[in-house]
Design a protein around this ligand. Structure first.
Ligand code: UT7
Length: 324
């Protein structure tokens, strides 16, 4: 019995913000952003939009693509670092909006690895008898981005992607996965305030502690190592090497991290799907958005081996290998 993708959908907000727009906000340049990160533009929501709005759009599309109805969904797992609010979970908001039955619904806090962690959990539910599990990665990082901090504000974007995971007796589905985390460097990437450690106060707002703080170059080094480890361990479990992969879909944070990972795995860049130039880093949403786009562009055909790898705040990392 395999956990397979029965349907996929994604959604990004319409508003495009280019690197040239960013030049007007902070001391940066299109050239710096493109060469250091690979990003050219990103999508940004309006003030009235919350993460559940993006999640619902992506989920509706995934449910339609799966050819089922919302009432057939048996669990909702949603990866996000930017929930609508700390509680209730964004997954519960999605459940109520889409008229899904009373089914187990919860968020995962695993940063950019949230969607892959979700796939791993969904696979174990499938093995325990569940069917049609909605796994969503949805994020509005731009609402916790400090648009006076040039080191972070040029990197992030908003969006959502969703899949319906179904039971499959055939060949397609998840073949191997690997997940890990190391909390010892958590300080390198965090949103310090808004939780129980530093609750919201006039001071916390004045000190800009509700925004993302990242020591980019330190995170970069950890990301290169962890993305490779995630890929290698996943492939090892499946008993194959990098050359057998048809498409690598990495978390879209930085083109240099992706190139370093692909090189170590001996996967040529024409087998790596990249769209961070258009969307920036959309955290937990980046892999399902990229997977959906790759499918729409005809980059995936039946029987292909697809390896997805992610790294995010925590730090968390993981890989999922699936046959389409
Ligand atoms: O989503 C998962 C977690 N996140 C990541 O994986 C992100 C990992 N990190 C990165 O992608 C990269 O570290 C960045 C793109 C964030 C930065 O690239 P970098 O090559 O590591 O640059 P840096 O932070 O070492 O900064 C180099 C220089 C500094 O100037 P000095 O000290 O050399 O004079 C920065 O002040 O670039 C400067 N700088 C900028 N210059 C123009 C930093 N941000 C900018 C900017 N425009 N936006």
């Amino acid at each position: 019995m395999k956990a397979a993708i029965g349907g996929i959908g994604s959604y990004v907000p319409e508003k495009v913000v280019t690197n040239f727009d960013m030049e007007k906000l902070v001391d940066t340049s299109d050239e710096w952003i493109r060469t250091r990160s690979g990003i050219s533009e990103r999508r940004i929501v309006d003030n009235n939009t919350a993460t559940s709005d993006l999640a619902c759009e992506a989920a509706k599309r995934a449910i339609a693509a799966a050819g089922i109805e919302a009432k057939n969904i048996e669990a909702i797992i949603l990866g996000t670092a930017t929930p609508d609010m700390l509680f209730p979970s964004t997954a519960c908001l999605v459940q109520s909006r889409l008229g899904i039955n009373k089914v187990m619904s919860f968020d995962i806090s695993a940063g950019c690895s949230g969607f892959l962690y979700g796939l791993g959990i969904a696979e174990s539910f499938i093995k325990n008898g569940f069917d049609n599990i909605l796994v969503i990665g949805a994020e509005i990082l731009t609402k916790i981005t400090d648009f006076t901090d040039r080191a972070t504000c040029v990197l992030f974007g908003d969006g959502a992607g969703a899949v319906v995971i179904k039971r499959n007796r055939g060949a397609s589905g998840i073949i191997a996965s690997y997940f890990s985390a190391d909390g010892s460097n958590w300080k390198l990437l965090q949103q310090p305030a808004g939780g129980s450690r530093i609750p919201a106060s006039i001071e916390s707002v004045k000190n800009r502690l509700h925004y993302i703080k990242m020591q980019g170059n330190e995170v970069f080094k950890l990301a290169v190592r962890a993305m490779y480890e995630a890929a290698e361990k996943t492939l090892q479990k499946a008993g194959i090497d990098g050359e057998a992969i048809d498409l690598l879909i990495p978390h879209q944070a930085n083109i240099r991290i992706i190139e370093a990972t692909a090189k170590r795995l001996k996967v040529p860049m024409d087998k790596v799907y990249i769209n961070l130039d258009k969307y920036g880093n959309t955290s937990a949403a980046s892999i399902p958005i990229a997977l959906n786009e790759a499918l729409e562009k005809g980059r995936i055909k039946k029987g292909d081996l697809i390896l997805m790898v992610a790294f995010g705040a925590g730090f968390t990392w993981g890989g999922v290998l699936l046959r389409w």
